[in-house]
Structures are given as structure tokens and as C-alpha cells.
Write a protein that binds this ligand. Structure first.
Ligand SMILES: NC(=O)c1ccc[n+]([C@@H]2O[C@H](COP(=O)([O-])OP(=O)(O)OC[C@H]3O[C@@H](n4cnc5c(N)ncnc54)[C@H](OP(=O)(O)O)[C@@H]3O)[C@@H](O)[C@H]2O)c1
Length: 281
């Protein structure tokens, strides 16, 4: 049986669906099982990364674990899960981390993930780490301004980003969880092409069938918007330097990982846009 954490989120739902399609027995952990709305074949279990006893329960009997959590407490969350997994005799963990620069350019989100990765390494369970780039689904953040005004505001300038379909991240995770030879590997995962926000907006406009204007704005405007939306300040402070990294042009590299691990081409942003037109109308 495979324990999937983060099972109700963007990537986790895809991991659950693809594991079921591969004939695997799945246990999904969520803080709120009543709202999880997962397939009836899934054993849905209440659990919280901040509650070690609940993790002990979640890991009991699991052979493999998909670890996905969010926020500045990621290191603590995964330290708790690492202990529970060790006690339960888990044989392999696949951890979702994040691309995020190296050395001096490493952003805070990646540093939170590195703490979690370290916690898994310390307990010595075979580990696979996934470093995805920006998710294509981040474009859903543009929904409100597209619906209200036909506009997208961003501080990414003309910087290009090879954003990745969450389904492709899940596909790599599922391969790693269900086929041999992925223990000890680290996979950087991107989509097939680097696009600027302006280029993404054109693709989205084509898919929706209405014009959308891209308006580059400075960091201060984006910071104010994120504060108004109630984003926690550690996240805001991590996202702004990430935008600077994208503007620098250094985030554009495409990696062939999806093709190499799954044997098929990754989805394009156009594919994602066509699947998600309803969200923007
Ligand atoms: N967005 C990007 O561009 C991007 C790029 C690279 C990496 N990432 C990484 O991807 C991850 C986010 O993935 P996502 O977008 O699929 O997530 P998401 O849709 O935001 O969902 C978060 C999931 O985490 C679970 N969760 C959060 N706190 C928890 C806790 N204390 N205990 C148990 N479960 C908890 C939630 O479960 P319940 O609410 O059901 O309990 C939910 O299933 C983050 O680690 C982020 O750093 C994101």
C-alpha cells in the first residue's frame, strides 16, 4: 500500500488517480477527510503533518510514501513523517520539493524543502526527490483579473519559464513509486518549452477565445496584492526574489525528465490551457 500525503491538492489528486489507474492500493492523508472527495477505492485517513501520532497511524502498513506538504514548516512536517515512516518500516519515500536555484540564488521555498529532504536522508529510508519548476496551474491565479478585466498582471517581465503540467509531475512520482530503480535519484522536472507570461497569456487567450492583455508590473504592486490576498509574509518574501530570478532569464532551462522517466512527451501549456478554459470564463 502507498501512502499519499497532500492527496487533496493539485499534484496529490493526480498522484492518487494515476496510482489507482496503475492498480495500486492507495491510502490518502488529509486534515479533513469529510471534504476530501476522493475516489471510493482510496482509503482516506485523517492526519496532520503537525501531529506525529496521526502520522504514525497514517504510515502504519505503508510500503511506500509520497510526501507533499507546504510552507515554512516543511522541515518540521517531514521530520515528523520521517520518524513515523521509519517506525512503520516504509521502504521508499518520494518527496516533492521545488526547483529553486542553487547556492546564493537558492530561494526560501527550496530551503524549506531542503530541510525536509535532509530529515528523510537522516532516517536512511531510500529516497527519490522531485524538483519541479513552476506549475502550469499557477495560471489559475489570473482567473479573477481575466474574468473581470481581460488582463493579467505579473512581475515576471519578459523572463521565460518552462512551467510544468501537474499531471506530469504526478506521472514522474508514480513511476518512481511503482517501478524499480528510482531510489537515490533526484529529478528536476519542467515542461517542454520556456515561455514568458506574455506568451502564456496569448496561448490562454486563444484557448478561451477572448483577448487578454498582459501588463508587466513592478514587485511593489505584486507585494501589495499578495498582502491584500492574505498570503503569509514568509511566502511573499520567498516569491519576490523568485520573480527576480525569472526576470534574469536564468530560469528558462528545459529538462527532459518527463520523457526520460515516463517514456512520453510532457504536456504543453496549450494542452493545459485547453483543459482549463472553463475556469477562465
Ligand atoms: N506552485 C508551484 O509553482 C510550485 C513549484 C514547485 C514546487 N511546488 C511545491 O508544491 C507543493 C504544493 O503542491 P500543490 O500545489 O499540489 O499543493 P496544494 O494544492 O496547495 O495542496 C496542499 C496539500 O497539502 C496538504 N497539507 C497542507 N498542510 C498540511 C498539514 N499540516 N498536514 C497534512 N496535510 C497538509 C493539504 O491537505 P489537506 O488540506 O487536505 O489537509 C493539500 O492536500 C509545495 O510543496 C510547493 O513548494 C510548487
Amino acid at each position: 500500500m502507498i501512502l499519499v500525503t497532500g492527496a487533496t491538492g493539485t499534484v496529490g489528486r493526480e498522484v492518487v488517480a494515476q496510482l489507482l489507474a496503475a492498480g495500486q492500493k492507495v491510502r490518502a492523508m488529509t486534515r479533513n477527510p469529510m471534504c476530501a472527495k476522493l475516489d471510493s477505492r482510496v482509503e482516506t485517513l485523517g492526519g496532520d503533518f503537525e501531529n506525529p501520532a496521526s502520522l504514525t497511524e497514517a504510515a502504519r502498513g505503508a510500503e511506500r510514501v509520497f510526501s507533499l506538504t507546504v510552507g515554512p514548516q516543511t522541515g518540521l512536517h517531514e521530520r515528523n513523517l520521517a520518524q513515523a515512516a521509519k517506525a512503520a518500516g516504509v521502504q521508499h519515500i518520494v518527496k516533492l520539493s521545488a526547483m529553486g536555484g542553487d547556492g546564493e540564488t537558492k530561494n526560501d521555498i527550496r530551503k524549506w524543502h531542503d530541510e525536509g529532504e535532509q530529515a528523510f536522508r537522516e532516517v536512511g529510508i531510500p529516497l527519490t526527490v522531485l524538483y519541479p519548476g513552476a506549475f502550469m496551474s499557477n495560471a489559475l491565479h489570473w482567473r479573477e483579473t481575466i474574468r473581470a478585466a481581460g488582463k493579467v498582471f505579473s512581475n515576471y517581465g519578459d523572463g521565460k519559464l518552462p512551467s510544468v503540467h501537474p499531471r506530469d509531475i504526478a506521472a514522474v512520482a508514480v513511476r518512481a513509486l511503482t517501478t524499480p530503480g528510482h531510489e537515490g535519484k533526484c529529478y528536476t522536472i519542467t515542461g517542454p518549452e520556456a515561455l514568458s507570461v506574455g506568451e502564456q497569456v496569448k496561448i490562454l487567450a486563444n484557448a478561451i477565445g477572448k483577448p487578454i492583455e498582459y501588463i508587466p508590473v513592478p514587485d511593489e504592486i505584486i507585494r501589495a496584492g499578495m498582502e491584500k490576498a492574505g498570503l503569509p509574509s514568509p511566502l511573499i518574501n520567498a516569491l519576490l526574489p523568485f520573480a527576480a530570478f525569472i526576470r534574469s532569464g536564468k530560469a528558462a532551462r528545459v529538462f527532459p525528465t518527463v520523457q526520460e522517466v515516463t517514456g512520453r512527451q510532457p504536456f504543453t501549456f496549450g494542452d493545459w490551457a485547453r483543459e482549463n478554459v472553463a475556469a477562465f470564463r
